[in-house]
Design a protein around this ligand. Structure first.
Ligand SMILES: NC(=O)c1ccc[n+]([C@@H]2O[C@H](COP(=O)([O-])OP(=O)(O)OC[C@H]3O[C@@H](n4cnc5c(N)ncnc54)[C@H](O)[C@@H]3O)[C@@H](O)[C@H]2O)c1
Length: 341
């Protein structure tokens, strides 16, 4: 199949594109290298794919690229490009979220309909659309009550996809990911920050009391869900929770890291931040029944793989100063936000 992957240089998009290539598909990957986190990280994410003659990389913004020609001949679209992060998005920052998550999606949908060859349009959504749910676990029919500007724009992304499905017959599938982790995780996300703090012997910064819980999902399981969503006959027009079934508190994650590494990890508790739900927990029975999805990688193994990645990445930085930003400023930057969606 010919696939278009938007957000291909990001955390999840790069893993998905690698898997598609490994299964013999052709991939056209688009990414704008937005400045949410350093470009060098994203360049490294796609480095291994650039040698493949079945991979075309297009650097550019979905708001400006000639999408009709890029979509010509494409069978499967995986739309992962977005402005992520639950803590930003207030005030003047909101426009970035609207541009990336709403306007760019609308443009892609419009042109996917225009070319007429797209057989499946799989869109990345988020547990953030649920916000502070009144009962757990959440099902797909649970009312959406986002508590962050990001969650509002992802709910709009979903509505736009459904609009083009209902009115134009675009074969859309929506996947609501729950806190994804693993190698290449975004540096603003908690697991990455904790791994980084551990190996640099700095305190792990935790917002709130650390008793908040997350249903966490290993990245390979999210990739698998995308492939299943591209082929499952009954998936079109549906929304699916995609989660790992390992619901843990932030304190438990820190304890596990300490136990796995045998190293101390002091914790500094900071004020609660607005935008974050206290608990997330998914009912994944619909994904299991319709897609045949079931998560395979447990928390201990997944966290170990992420810690390995952070160690090798940090070593790489130290030995390759031309990549160039001071480690101190990274840790300061990482300490400034905690965006787990
Ligand atoms: N990581 C998670 O835990 C998580 C959870 C729920 C949902 N999601 C969703 O999964 C998707 C991927 O998330 P991620 O964590 O890999 O994020 P990421 O920031 O690593 O990747 C997103 C990529 O999209 C690119 N991008 C943004 N706007 C663009 C535009 N207008 N044109 C072209 N490229 C653009 C960015 O440069 C970035 O490389 C997003 O849609 C996100 O909302 C992620």
């Amino acid at each position: 199949m010919r696939c278009l992957v938007t957000g291909v240089a990001g955390f999840i998009g790069s893993h998905l594109a690698e898997r598609l290539l490994s299964e013999g598909h052709e991939v056209c990957g688009i990414d704008a290298f937005t400045d949410f986190y350093p470009r060098q990280i994203k360049e490294r994410n796609i480095q291994g794919m650039l040698t493949s003659n079945r991979f075309d990389f297009i650097e550019g913004d979905l708001l400006r690229l000639p999408l009709v020609s890029l979509l010509d001949g494409v069978d499967w679209v995986f739309h992962l490009a977005a402005q992520a992060g639950v803590r930003q998005g207030w005030g003047n920052e909101f426009v970035r979220y609207v541009d990336a998550n709403v306007l760019a999606t609308q443009r892609l949908l419009e042109d996917a309909v225009r070319v007429g060859n797209v057989r499946r349009f799989v869109c990345a959504s988020s547990s953030s659309v649920y916000g502070e749910a009144t009962s757990l676990p959440v099902k797909e029919a649970t009312p959406l009550r986002p508590v962050s500007p990001y969650g509002v724009t992802k709910a709009t992304t979903e509505q736009l996809c459904m609009l083009y499905h209902r009115n134009c017959g675009l074969p859309v599938v929506i996947l609501r990911y729950f806190t994804v982790y693993g190698p290449r995780q975004r540096p603003d996300m908690a697991f990455y920050r904790f791994c980084y703090a551990l190996i640099n012997q700095q305190p792990a910064l935790v917002y709130g009391d650390g008793r908040q819980t997350r249903d966490v999902t290993y990245v390979d399981d999210v990739v698998e869900a995308n492939l299943l969503a591209a082929v499952a006959p009954a998936a079109v027009g549906l929304v699916f929770n995609i989660a790992g079934g390992a619901r843990v508190s932030i304190r438990e994650v820190i304890d596990l890291l300490k136990e796995m590494s045998g190293m101390p990890l002091p914790v500094k508790f900071l004020d609660d931040q607005r935008g974050e739900a206290h608990d997330t927990f998914a009912d994944i029975s619909q994904a299991n029944y319709v897609l045949g999805f079931s998560p395979r990688i447990g928390l201990r193994e997944g966290l170990r793989r992420e810690l390995d990645y952070v160690i090798s990445y940090t070593r790489g930085l130290a030995s390759r100063p031309y990549l160039g930003w001071p480690l101190d400023s990274i840790s300061q930057r990482l300490g400034e936000s905690d965006n787990d969606k």
